[in-house]
Every structure is written in structure tokens, then in C-alpha cells.
Design a protein around this ligand. Structure first.
Ligand code: ADP
Ligand code: MG
Length: 314
């Protein structure tokens, strides 16, 4: 029972970028696992040799030579590639160029989002087949403006306080795969940091202590992590989750239920849908994690740009 893609006479052309350093370093093997599926396509492969190498590749890519871009990596390389696309001189055209991912990283949120929307299980094979089928969909991107003047595009999430500390602090435990978040998270609950900042959105403001703040562009923040169940990939909105000055148990209750997406009923949790919002991280700003990458924490203004990029989706 061949997928309909094999019945099409049109040969699709893909640029494939592989990060050999993703996750537990298995991307080459994961690509080998799905390479046969691309027999019906033309594929040009590049391996990243360093951070920002994919930015160079995407910036120079002749888009008309390809029907889409696939990264074999985690969400970090997706972040790099999306930023390179949004910052291209031919941005309006580039933003219609479909991208996708074959999951090989520690979190793999985009793979989870794409497979979930397509009604498939998250596997490298399913991600490959979805791309090969060639249907695409617009995807919101959040524009992050830093007080210092720089600009970053975010396809996934902006974390501050607890999850940022876990996401970035656990980088040294990459060899553990996704487990690194649980192990390091447990430690961070014990050594809980309280931040103090101001968050504003369309209709409100919060000033005071904060232990947990996530802004999500998609329902999942990682594979099997259903952090923002009400989020949509093209609703033009960010979903904000906020825990103010709560104790460890209130935080743990949210953490234990956020993978299943059943944490929204927690009485302490604020869940806000908004197109624009700001964060002023105060005097002890900590760090920001944008799509899992580390950024200096300083005041930011964020706007969700509806349908700003394109992903392969059934
Ligand atoms: P993970 O999910 O494990 O974080 P990613 O594929 O998302 O894996 O990659 C994380 C980061 O690694 C990205 O920010 C990317 O820029 C960087 N990177 C890409 N290629 C290399 C390389 N060859 N060596 C080191 N870092 C790299
Ligand atoms: Mg959204």
C-alpha cells in the first residue's frame, strides 16, 4: 500500500541540513534510517560544522532550486533556519518556502506539532513522509524585540524563570537525551529561584514575584510536552502561562501535569492568549530561553506574526 507520494510523477527537490551534534549525536544514523524514503526525490545534503553554519547555508540558498528544506536536528537548528529565512533579503518569498524537521534532538517540538496536526505518531519516517507528500501550511512566528535593539524570530517558545533555567542549565547533560529536563528540573525545584518582573499583555499586567513563565506559539514545547493545549500554530496568538509567587508544591503540581496538558485547571496558573506582550525581567533578570536557545534576559516586546512562515503539514 504505497503512500500516494510514490504515485506522483513530479520529482521533489529537497535541501537537507543535518546537525551531527544534535541530541545524543544520532542524526547521521537517523537520516540513514529515512534516506530510502527520499529515493523518489532529489536531495542535496549539507552537514553543519558549527553554530550558525545553517544560517550561512540558508542565507545563500537559491530557493527556486528546491521545493523545501528539511533539517535533521533538534529545535535549535530549526530556530536557526527559521531566523535565517525571516531575515533573507527576499523575505516575503522566503517565508513561503516550506521547512520541516526529522527529529534528532533532545526536545523535537516541531516534529511533535507537525505529526500531531497530521494525525501521525512522532517518528523520523512520518516526518519524512509528510514532507515528501509536499503539502504545506502557514505557521505563526513571534517577533522578539530586545531593549538593546536586536531582533529574534521565535517559532516555538519563550521561557523565563523556572523552565528557562532548566532548559539552558541542563545543556551539560545532553548525553541523557530528553531525560535531562526531568533530572535537572528536580534539582531546580529544590533550589527554586524566585524572579521579580513585569509582564504586560493586551488587557492586563502582572507585577511581582514569578517562578514560572512560558510563552508558547505552539501547543507542544517538546516531544510529549503538551504545555499550551489551547495554542494553535496559526491563530496569530501566543499563549502565556504564568505562576506568580507560589510555593514548590504548586509549581510541582503544574510540572507533573504539563506533559499531559491537564495543568490548566491549576488554581495558581494564569493562562493568557494575546497577540502582543512584554516582559521586563527586573533587577535580577536571569536568562531567557527562546526556542531552547540561550539569550540575555533584558526587557523584550513580543508580537505574534500570523502565518509568517511555512511548514510541511498534511
Ligand atoms: P538539540 O535538540 O540537541 O539542542 P539542535 O539540533 O537543536 O540539537 O542543535 C543545537 C544547537 O547546535 C543549535 O543552536 C545549532 O546552531 C548548533 N549546531 C549546529 N551544528 C553544530 C555543530 N556541528 N557543532 C556544534 N553546534 C552545532
Ligand atoms: Mg499560536
Amino acid at each position: 500500500n504505497l503512500p500516494e507520494v510514490y504515485e506522483s510523477s513530479y520529482i521533489k527537490r529537497f535541501k537537507v541540513i543535518i546537525n551531527p551534534n544534535s541530541g545524543r549525536g544520532l542524526s547521521r544514523r537517523i537520516w540513514a534510517q529515512v534516506a530510502d524514503l527520499f529515493e523518489v526525490c532529489e536531495v542535496s545534503i549539507s552537514y553543519t560544522e558549527r553554530r550558525n553554519h545553517a544560517t550561512e547555508i540558508v542565507t545563500e540558498l537559491v530557493l527556486t532550486d528546491y521545493d523545501g528544506l528539511i533539517v535533521v536536528s533538534g529545535d535549535g537548528l530549526v530556530h536557526e533556519v527559521i531566523n535565517a529565512i525571516c531575515k533573507r533579503d527576499d523575505g516575503d518569498l522566503a517565508r513561503m518556502f516550506p521547512v520541516s524537521v526529522i527529529p534528532a534532538g533532545s526536545a523535537n517540538a516541531l516534529a511533535q506539532v507537525i505529526c500531531d496536526k497530521s494525525g501521525e505518531k512522532v517518528t523520523p519516517e512520518n516526518c519524512a513522509l509528510i514532507a515528501i507528500k509536499g503539502r504545506s501550511s502557514p505557521f505563526d512566528i513571534s517577533l522578539v524585540k530586545f531593549a538593546s535593539g536586536s531582533i529574534v524570530y521565535s517559532f516555538l517558545s519563550i521561557f523565563w524563570a523556572f523552565i528557562a533555567d532548566v532548559d539552558i542549565g541542563s545543556e551539560n547533560c545532553r548525553c541523557c537525551g530528553a531525560c535531562r529536563f526531568d533530572l535537572y528540573g528536580f534539582w531546580r525545584v529544590l533550589a527554586l529561584r524566585r524572579y521579580s518582573g513585569t509582564i504586560t499583555w493586551d488587557e492586563g499586567e502582572y507585577t511581582g514575584n514569578i517562578v514560572y513563565f512560558n510563552a508558547c506559539n505552539t501547543p507542544y514545547i517538546g516531544e510529549g510536552m503538551h504545555n499550551a493545549p489551547n495554542a494553535q500554530i496559526n491563530d496569530g496568538m501566543n499563549d502565556l502561562l504564568l505562576l506568580g509567587d507560589v510555593g514548590r508544591m504548586a509549581l510541582v503540581r503544574v510540572l507533573l501535569r504539563q506533559d499531559a496538558g491537564t495543568h490548566l485547571s491549576s488554581p495558581d496558573l494564569k493562562y493568557i492568549k494575546t497577540k502582543k506582550w512584554t516582559l521586563d525581567p527586573g533587577q535580577r533578570p536571569g536568562i531567557l530561553s527562546i526556542d531552547g536557545e540561550l539569550f540575555n534576559s533584558e526587557p523584550i516586546e513580543v508580537e505574534c506574526l500570523q502565518n509568517y512562515a511555512t511548514v510541511f503539514l498534511l
